[in-house]
Design a protein around this ligand. Sequence first.
Ligand code: SF4
Length: 460
Amino acid sequence: MEAQINPTFQSLKRNVGQFNLHGKTFLIPEMNRIGAHLLAGVFRSFGVNALVMDTYRGLDLGKEFTSGKECFPCQVTAGDVLFFLKEEQARLGGAFDPENYIYFMPEADGPCRFGMYNKYQRIILDSFPDLKDVKIGSLTTQNSYALDGMIEKGKTRNFRKAGYFSVIVADILDRLLWRVRPYEKSPGATDSFIEKAMKSMTAAFERYGADMAFDRILDGLEEIIEEGKSHIDPGVPRKPLIGIVGEIYLRTHVQSNQDVIRVLEKYGAEVVNASIAEWVNYTTYDRMRSEKIGLRLSLKQLRFKRARAHLKAMLNYVSELLYQQSRQRKIYKRVKERIDMLDDHAVGHLENVLKEGNIFSFDVGTEACLSIAGILEYVREGCNGVVNVYPFTCMPSTMTSAVVRPIMNRLKVPYLDTPYDGTFQPGREAAIRTFMYQAQQHFKRHGGKSRGTHENKDVD
Ligand code: SF4
């Protein structure tokens, strides 16, 4: 007698994966706002009808259809897609066809729970008869987010390049916002300026992305940087620099983290957040690293055929990583000629930082290795404090906190954990204010050494 296969598990296989996006509406959840919109622009330039869903408006739905034990980003994104589809049903009535939509939810292999979001959300969508035909389009870190089957075969390489380029440009726009806003001449001007800049860059990616006319996009970016500088009041002295690390969704999703960067700025900070490109580079680096380990093992076991396969895969990842890093360096160089901005951390360097101090290991995986090494780099770069932003109960961020707390005590650099789960904790702002007091003291004693100057002297 054959065992019955649970229909839920069939759906996980059949309705989660890499589907052709042609002729479908591709729903992108908003994580960091700018990055999501620029990526949607890239998809549109490749002929995919991509749109960014409104975010956080469906949080009640997300909480209603989860148990409360899931990671907070899983609840928020579940709410986003349910809310969007509900509105779409109301808008289209009988013309609503669930097969027209593919919802984007990538995944990562363990040990943390991100790999389960799309499975769990599949179960939620399947519990609504009208929504069970909405597919979930997924990319995985297993193959460093390869797009096979989603975009026309001959175009995936160019898409990856344009997509990566959009990630860097989004990081730069975010960094520009955090560089300018604490010193703005007119309150609120930077937010409106960055919103306008995001729209113009989205249009540029939509227009030039598929043709890979990256110089045209960079020309536009340079104009934006120049305009951004004009919003800085040169009379406002530089402020303590606070570095942010943590779980990628929470630290970049402004609604989920209750706008922690703005709160830090309110108490006198200039902030820099870990970038999205760092995570993309890390996934490529990690695959390269795994292939290298596989190669060594196969050679030890004299399994040459397997060793050759590992070598080939490793070289592919090496060339991809070299491409990514050189592209990133070139863009940062052009930007830094116009405004001072912290460079992004190179992932190989972060691994060396951990090895040198014998503090943690990339073998453990997850964002903990990036966060722990990133914190130490922030300290070396002259940050006056570090904040770890993460979902309540997040495993990698809890590990980060456990490892770095004693180190930060020893280094005498202020450090703050800020877990979020959608509730408003009355003591949080007081904790941030106290942390900023410590950061101000640190700044008075040590300044911001690697920024070179405490004045906005490159702007006038
Ligand atoms: S990184 Fe944290 S929040 Fe994200 S899936 Fe893992 S445990 Fe959950």
